[in-house]
Design a protein around this ligand. Structure first.
Ligand code: ZN
Length: 395
């Protein structure tokens, strides 16, 4: 399918160093962005579907890098069906598993954690709830796993590993397993801060330094934060991405945002929700954390949209996350909510408001056009103005 989005007011690229690109049009074909900025009348008129953005702001689809998926569109922790479909209505086009720790009766032996990760990874390979990309299958590190085990699951499509919920004597015991997972080509992630479930232990800066993971999960606390003095240590003595989560500590979220800027590591600052958890199902979690960071720091709102998109994509080596030719065509149109103090999505976010989600496109296919069922309605009227495929995109 060929898609054209015209009359875009502002285009946020997903790259915080170069957050804007000029122009008002995005073209996509066969699931990929083919051009960003300008397009000829012939290119627009040859599209199967044309969306009039009516001056709204285009951003890459939000990437939530900390979602507790299990199997299907169901969360056992909050007994909720259809939560991923609802997250898409919050502008989230990609969900990355933070490990299937909520599976009832989850196994803890090496064979069991391997089987769980492989099954979860494979089960989401072809299942896209409402069009969302879901990366399932993060192997939970447990004592007894060997170097060969990581090669084995990696060969079966598992590329995520999670330390923090295993029956280790001390978190230092994760270090060799994290090294094996990295050697097998996996992205390694580590619970950070106080323990979140019974039986797990607190993980501090010294443990992260020993493990050197790719991602410090909920570095702001999940939900219990590190002592403040640990943050500069994590920044200086590891190269881990600093993942801040909605279901954490907001004071340390802001502390991390400001430190990432001051210590010149904003590339490593990434946003996620860490839901569904005890904190609930939060379809607008990503938009809330973007708004909290933008409104309560002096930093520009577009930086936080990039931290929620391109910076996650770079950390997790995804093809989405940027509005640029060749990238996966996952695109969201945001607007200022009607009746507020502002007139553009970026102004609304800086004001601390939840932006209106006016369209969500994944894989080059519109999934909702008009208004989200979860956000306030926008000021502008985004609509399909040309449709040559037998579908209704009203969401
Ligand atoms: Zn979590």
């Amino acid at each position: 399918m060929r898609l054209a989005i015209v009359n875009i007011g502002r285009i946020v690229t997903g790259d915080w160093r170069n957050p804007f690109v000029g122009g008002d049009t995005i073209l996509a074909a066969a699931g990929r962005i083919t051009s960003v900025g300008t397009a000829s009348a012939a290119e627009v008129s040859s599209a199967d579907v044309v969306i009039d953005a009516d001056g709204t702001t285009a951003i890459p689809g939000l990437i939530d890098s900390h979602v507790h998926t299990t199997f299907g569109d169901y969360t056992p922790r909050q007994r909720t069906v259809g939560f991923l479909e609802s997250y898409l209505q919050g502008g989230i086009t990609t969900a990355i598993s933070a490990s299937e720790v909520h599976v009832p009766g989850r196994p803890t032996d090496p064979a069991g954690v391997k089987a769980l990760a492989v099954a979860a990874a494979k089960s989401f390979e072809h299942y896209r709830p409402a069009g969302m990309r879901v990366y399932g299958g993060s192997i939970i590190l447990e004592p007894g796993l060997t170097e060969a085990d990581f090669c084995d699951v990696a060969a079966q499509g598992v590329w995520l590993a999670k330390a923090g919920f295993g029956a280790v004597k001390t978190p230092f015991d994760y270090a060799p397993m994290v090294a094996w997972a990295k050697a097998a080509g996996m992205i390694t992630t580590v619970h950070t801060g106080g323990s979140s479930i019974p039986g797990s232990s607190a993980i501090r800066a010294e443990h992260l330094v020993a493990m050197q993971p790719h991602v410090s999960f909920h570095v702001n606390g999940g939900p219990t934060a590190l002592p403040d003095q640990d943050y500069p240590v994590v920044i200086e003595q590891t190269s881990a991405a600093l993942q801040v989560c909605t279901a954490g500590n907001i004071r340390t979220t802001l502390l991390c945002a400001n430190l990432a800027h001051q210590m010149e590591v904003f590339d490593r600052f990434i946003i996620a929700s860490d839901t569904p958890t005890g904190s609930g199902v939060m379809p607008l979690g990503m938009l809330y954390t973007v708004a909290h960071c933008a409104s309560l720091t002096a930093l520009p709102p577009e930086w936080f949209l990039c931290a929620a998109t391109g910076s996650n994509a770079r950390t997790y080596r995804l093809e989405s996350g940027f509005l640029a030719a060749g990238r996966a065509a996952d695109i969201v149109l945001l607007d200022a909510p009607g009746g507020g103090a502002t007139t553009t999505a970026l102004e609304a976010i800086k004001n601390g408001d939840i932006a209106a989600v006016s369209a969500v496109i994944t894989d080059g296919v519109p999934r909702l056009v008009g208004r989200s069922r979860n956000t306030p309605p926008g000021m502008r009227r985004v609509r399909v103005v040309e449709c040559r495929v037998p579908r209704d995109f009203s969401g």
